[in-house]
Structures are given as structure tokens and as C-alpha cells.
Design a binder for this molecule. Structure first.
Ligand code: ZN
Ligand code: ZN
Length: 570
């Protein structure tokens, strides 16, 4: 109530500064509020303090919020100059509409509100964004001002501090500063270009991912990026998810689309021959790049994109193997999440929605299988009733980052739909064909979103095994360069990602640069180090560790890299 009241006060303040302002909507949101305006000019951040001070005056005046109920006809006259409000009035089913007044300002509103403007607590306007009227790109673009509001100054200060920390860790900002990736208007929004340093992180993750999957009985496969539309008609994707699919292209009189998921390729491969019950489970894993249409308004850095690489796999098994398979996936998923340093997570079991494929009996059995698998691993979970996808129940793992924000992580999904639509079977002990149990699963989500979570979790200071550059050698003087290059060659041959900063800059400046690049180790080498075959080690935190013999430094690096430990103690 207080936050929504602040939105009204902001609208009044904006109107007093920009007469003729047209108003969209101004709801309360988590931690604050926003209001959408059509204004005579573009706002810039310098406008916010002025709006804030007008708001402070209105709040100090302690003006009452007064509710009025009037006829629609009267309301249309009152808001004759407000096209967006007129549109809203037309949609109200009742003949009467309600208004709220504070002083001379009046807004169309159901309420409720606080009694007087003085009841609004501590607030701050934090950002300006463009927002299409009703979120639709065919409608005019309005200007949205976001604010936050809390009961006390202390609570506001705490929240602003958290926002500040989140802004410092924003993966779009760090992605640019650390030269990890870019997205180009010329190439299209939501399409990610991985720069060499971002690509190093991705390659390390992919190598680790592939090795771990092979160890756990998966076969790595590759499937094409486009496929005939008919395939997606058979699967039901064309019918159910058409809004997310790109327009078909025609090739030799046949329609094709870029793939939105990898499942169908894996099904076609499975079906190239008959499978006996003894061969199951079959697990196909693919780092498969898929494309889905997302409105430009919802795209966000790496976390909401139009093209992304899923760390995907499909398991084809017998129903009596399903529980073991789910246990295996859960174990792998938690191992992955933990290895990357996310120690706090939440498990959700989503059950049958209103519209569903298959019978209630198979749903109940599959849901029971999922919960038994969770119990076998002693995992606590929350049931999310009715939140399953229409084709089967699922388990989602949401992990939390350093700031306690949740990220969509692994999902394990049972599918009753595709095996039936594509007639995916195996030959049982009885010599007859039986429908397989099919599991879709991902343990990281997508490479793009996972990198976003890693960047924000670590604030760009990646653990040693993921860092694009692990060691920078900083020679004190030019005469120490030979020794620096010798170190580089030796460590490189051990697989360490190392660089020599040979620029003729001051040593402190080079140290500063390596810290900004968040390189885990700096080796400062001067005459003493050359003479004694040692290295003087500094951490990106600024801490100077000690002088170490080159051999013992190498030994430590090996240990840190192979065990993927996250702390950098030497
Ligand atoms: Zn209101
Ligand atoms: Zn799938």
C-alpha cells in the first residue's frame, strides 16, 4: 500500500515538472514501485533528484488520499487528455470507476492507499527504463521510473547497499570490463558472441562437463541446427510452442526451422535400430545450441537470450530403471552445482498441471518415482503443485549466489508425450515392444545463463580452475624479462594459462591492471627472484603471499587446478 502510494506521489511530482504528462500505470512491485509516463522529452538520471525533492515536499505536506467513485462517463471527461487512462476505463466492466485524489492530483485507481502522503516511508528513485505500453512492441514506448521504498531509513539504506553490490557484480558490466562476451545490435539482440576470455571459461566448463558425463555412462552426440518443420509438428512443439519458434525457411520445397530443442534429434538416433531391454538405459548428451524467440523487451545480457547452448541429455530407459536414473542425474547435478561453488540450493518437485498428457496413473507413478529418488539421497524438497509441464512431472534445482539470489539450475523432466508421439520403444524380455521412459535433463541450464550466474556469484573473480588468465608474470625491470619468459614457457607446458606483462609501465600499474582483470596470481620477478629461482606471489586481493621456490609454486598450482578448490591459499 505504501509503495503504491509512493507511485501516485511520484506521478504528481512528474506532472508538476512536466505539464501535459500522459500517464500509463503505476503499480507496487517487490521492494518498490514504478510508473510509466509519456513525456515531452527523454528523461536522464539528472532528472531524478528533482522529482525526488518534489516527492519529499508532497510527503511532508501529509496530504490525505481520498477515494471517490464516479460514473464512467464522468471519468472519461475527467481523463479526456489521458489516452492510456481512457483505454483502461473502457476495460473496467463496472459502470462506476474509483479514483484516488491527493491534493489537486487525481488518478484512476482501485486502491487501497495509505491514509496520507506522510505515511510513505523512506524512498529513492533508482532508474529510468523504456517500457512499451502494455509490454507490447506495437504500442508506444513510455518512460518508466523505478523507485524503492521502505518503512525505515535503515531498511532503505540496507537495500541500496545490496543493489550497489548487485550492480558491481552485474554480468553485463563485468562481461564488458573483463572482455568475456558481447552482444551486437548489428547481429541481432539476444545473440551472444563469446570473446577469447569468455570462451576459455566455456571450454573449461565444457571439457569438465563432457569428461564427467562420459565417466557416468553418457554418450556424447551432435545433432544438426535445423530440421524439417514436420518433425516439430509430430512432436507437438509447432502446436504448443509456436510463439517461441522462428519462422520456417524453405529448402527445396520443404519447410525447415532452426531447432528450439535437442530432443527430437536424439529420438531419431535412438530409433535407427531396435533396442533390447538389456541395452537400456541409453543416455545421449549434447551441448546443443538452440534458438527460441523471446521478445526484445525481456532479453537480459546472458541470462535471457535468443540463442543458447543447453547442456542437454536424454535418457531412454525402462520404467523399472527410472528411479535409479533420476538418482544418478540428481547426484550428477548436485556434484556440478557444488563443484562450481554454489553451496546453497533449493529443490522443487512439480506435479501434474490441469492440462496433461498421459494418464493420472502414469503421472502418479512417475511423481512417486521422483520423490523416492529425492528421499534416497536424503534431499529436502518442496512440492510445487500443478507446476509440472503438460508432458510430465519434473524436479528443478534453484541455486543461490553469494548475494542470496536464486538462479534456475538443473532440471530433470519425465516425458510421457514424445515417446508416444514418436513411438519410441524397446523389446522387452517377453519379446514384445514396450514404450520407453524418457527423461530430459540439464545440469547447468545453458552455457549462457550459467556463465551469467558464475560472473555474478564470483563478482568476476573466478576460481583458479576457471580463470581465463591464471597467472600474470610482472618483471620489475627489462633485464628480468628473460626469466619472466622462462617462467611463462615452463608453466604453459604444464597447462597453466599464463601471460607476461612486458609493457614498459611501472610495476605498480601492472599489478593494478592484473587486479582489475581479476587474475588469481601475480608473480613479481626482480633480480632477487632471478638469482634465487623463486617467485614473489601476490593475490588479486592485494595480499602479498610470500616468495616461493618455483618448484613449490608449480606443485601448488597443480593441486589447485586438479582439485578445483576455490580458495587461493598457498
Ligand atoms: Zn493507486
Ligand atoms: Zn529434451
Amino acid at each position: 500500500m505504501m509503495r503504491h502510494s509512493a507511485a501516485h506521489v511520484m506521478a504528481e511530482a512528474v506532472l508538476s515538472i512536466f505539464p501535459g504528462t500522459k500517464f500509463g500505470i503505476g503499480p507496487a512491485i517487490e521492494n518498490g514501485f514504478y510508473y510509466d509516463f509519456e513525456l515531452p522529452r527523454s528523461l536522464n538520471p539528472d532528472d531524478l533528484p528533482l522529482i525526488e525533492s518534489r516527492m519529499a515536499e508532497i510527503i511532508a505536506s501529509d496530504t490525505p488520499f481520498i477515494k471517490e467513485v464516479i460514473d464512467k462517463k464522468e471519468a472519461r471527461q475527467l481523463f479526456a487528455e489521458q489516452p492510456y487512462k481512457l483505454e483502461l476505463i473502457d476495460e473496467i466492466p463496472d459502470e462506476k470507476v474509483s479514483l484516488f485524489r491527493q491534493g489537486s492530483f487525481v488518478d484512476l485507481c482501485r486502491g487501497p492507499h495509505v491514509d496520507t502522503t506522510g505515511k510513505i516511508g523512506a524512498f529513492k528513485l533508482i532508474s529510468i527504463a523504456g517500457a512499451y505500453w502494455r509490454g507490447d512492441e506495437h504500442h508506444p514506448m513510455l518512460q518508466r521510473i523505478y523507485g524503492v521504498a521502505f518503512d525505515t531509513k535503515e531498511a532503505l539504506a540496507k537495500h541500496l547497499e545490496e543493489l550497489d553490490e548487485a550492480a558491481k557484480r552485474d554480468h553485463r558490466k563485468l562481461g564488458r570490463e573483463l572482455d568475456l562476451f558481447s552482444i551486437h545490435e548489428e547481429a541481432g539482440p539476444g545473440l551472444v558472441h563469446w570473446h577469447p576470455k569468455g570462451a576459455v571459461i566455456r571450454r573449461v566448463i565444457e571439457d569438465f562437463w563432457k569428461d564427467e558425463h562420459v565417466k557416468r555412462g553418457y554418450d556424447i552426440v551432435y545433432t544438426p541446427h535445423i530440421a524439417k518443420l514436420d518433425l516439430w509438428r509430430t512432436s507437438g512443439h509447432w502446436e504448443f510452442y509456436r510463439d517461441y519458434l522462428y519462422t520456417p525457411m524453405e529448402i527445396e520445397g520443404q519447410e525447415y526451422i532452426v531447432k528450439p530443442m535437442n530432443c527430437l534429434g536424439h529420438i531419431l538416433m535412438y530409433k535407427t535400430k531396435l533396442h533390447s531391454y538389456r541395452e537400456l538405459p541409453i543416455r545421449y548428451a549434447e551441448l546443443g545450441t538452440v534458438y527460441r524467440y523471446e521478445r526484445s523487451g525481456v532479453l537480459h545480457g546472458l541470462s535471457r537470450v535468443r540463442g543458447f547452448t543447453q547442456d542437454d541429455a536424454h535418457i531412454f530407459c525402462r520404467f523399472d530403471q527410472l528411479e535409479n536414473e533420476v538418482v544418478g542425474v540428481l547426484d550428477l547435478a548436485l556434484f556440478m552445482v557444488d563443484t562450481f561453488g554454489f553451496t546453497d540450493y533449493q529443490l522443487l518437485l512439480s506435479t501434474r498441471p490441469e492440462k496433461y498428457a498421459g494418464t493420472i496413473q502414469v503421472w502418479d507413478e512417475a511423481t512417486k518415482t521422483l520423490s523416492q529418488a529425492l528421499s534416497r539421497l536424503n534431499l529436502d524438497y518442496t512440492v510445487d503443485p500443478g507446476e509440472g509441464v503438460f508432458y510430465g512431472p519434473k524436479i528443478d534445482i534453484k541455486f543461490k549466489d553469494t548475494l542470496g539470489r536464486g538462479w534456475q539450475g538443473p532440471t530433470i523432466q519425465i516425458d510421457f508425450n514424445l515417446p508416444q508421439r514418436f513411438d519410441v520403444t524397446y523389446v522387452g524380455e517377453d519379446g514384445r515392444e514396450h514404450s520407453v521412459a524418457m527423461v530430459h535433463r540439464t545440469v547447468l541450464g545453458s552455457m549462457e545463463r550459467f556463465l551469467a550466474s558464475l560472473i555474478e556469484h564470483y563478482g568476476g573473480a573466478f576460481p583458479m580452475w576457471l580463470a581465463p588468465v591464471q597467472v600474470v608474470v610482472i618483471p620489475v625491470a627489462d633485464r628480468n624479462l628473460d626469466y619472466a619468459y622462462k617462467l611463462e614457457a615452463e608453466l604453459k607446458s604444464e597447462g597453466v594459462r599464463i601471460k607476461v606483462d612486458a609493457r614498459s609501465e611501472r610495476m605498480n600499474l601492472k599489478i593494478r591492471q592484473a587486479q582489475l582483470d581479476k587474475v588469481p596470481y601475480m608473480l613479481v620477478v626482480g633480480d632477487n627472484e632471478v638469482a634465487s629461482s623463486t617467485v614473489s606471489v601476490r593475490l588479486r586481493s592485494g595480499e602479498h603471499v610470500s616468495s616461493l621456490l618455483l618448484e613449490s609454486f608449480k606443485e601448488t598450482l597443480r593441486r589447485i587446478i586438479t582439485t578445483k578448490v576455490r580458495d587461493l591459499k598457498l
